[in-house]
Design a binder for this molecule. Sequence first.
Ligand code: AHG
Ligand code: MN
Ligand code: MN
Length: 315
Amino acid sequence: MTTLAQWLALETPDTALASVIASMASAGADIAATLRMAPITGDTGLAGATNVQGEAQKALDIISNDIVLAHLRDNPKVSLLVSEEMDDAVELSVDAPFIVATDPLDGSSNLDVNVTVGTIFSVLPTLGGPLQKGTAQVAAGYIAYGHATTMVLRIKGRTSGFALDTSGEWIEIIAEAKIPEATGEFAINTARERFWDAATAGYVRESIAGETGPAGKRYNMRWVGSMVADMHRILMRGGIFLYPLDSETVSKGGRLRLLYEANPMAWLAEGAGGRASTGTQSLLSVQPTSIHQRIPVILGSAEEVLRVEAWYAKS
Ligand code: AHG
Ligand code: MN
Ligand code: MN
């Protein structure tokens, strides 16, 4: 059995980078323990505050953010933390080599119903500042808090999976994640159909037509409402995730955030042989202009993402 510490020692000679990942993994283990107790402590509800994006914060959004912040404050290798739950980036250790961007608790609307939520993070070199393209990431990962707590990590080329054992140790469970190229599952919030653009509507219509349509095969639809949970399914058995630009989100630039949702997931997907797009360009090539910037997200099995891109190209 390979532990996270052993995996890190094999994957990177950079002990500073390894320590940042280890800090995020420890934060994840603490968040997992907190979530496990939440129905008893009663922390699943609203905090009574809104974040910079105008979203109601859950108590656990804030608690999870505090846990990540505390772990990264203790790590002298992190210069800056960008978080969904904090208006501004927080300066940590001066001259430290890495920036972390995080969604400390993704899918928090699922908390009161005990559905999988997660933590997403992206690691960038300090030199370029927080507004770097996704291609500049040096590590990324997510932690999924389901019936098992699992983590998927990428450093450089390899994307591996881990599970948290009952003693608090992360154990490698997937040596090299590979998203199947073809899939029969798509994930999109179909309740937003009336806001969709022609490309999204065309792609979904074609998929629903199944074996009688141009795709020539049957599809199934899955939508958890936690990007981490949807992504984990896609990494394990293929699929496509879409949160496209639609007529309601267009004024904000999309729904999901570029720095700490789209970029880390896109980099993980591509590390596992998948594809990530805005519909019209590679997600990882988007130049960020602000830390909480939103972006359309289409990612997963390469064949499906290419089909959506083809729809965008012709519409
Ligand atoms: P967050 O809980 O961090 O705000 O993110 C929720 C995101 C993402 O996890 C999910 O895919 C999407 O919002 C769900 O959107 P709908 O509410 O439109 O289903
Ligand atoms: Mn989120
Ligand atoms: Mn969140």
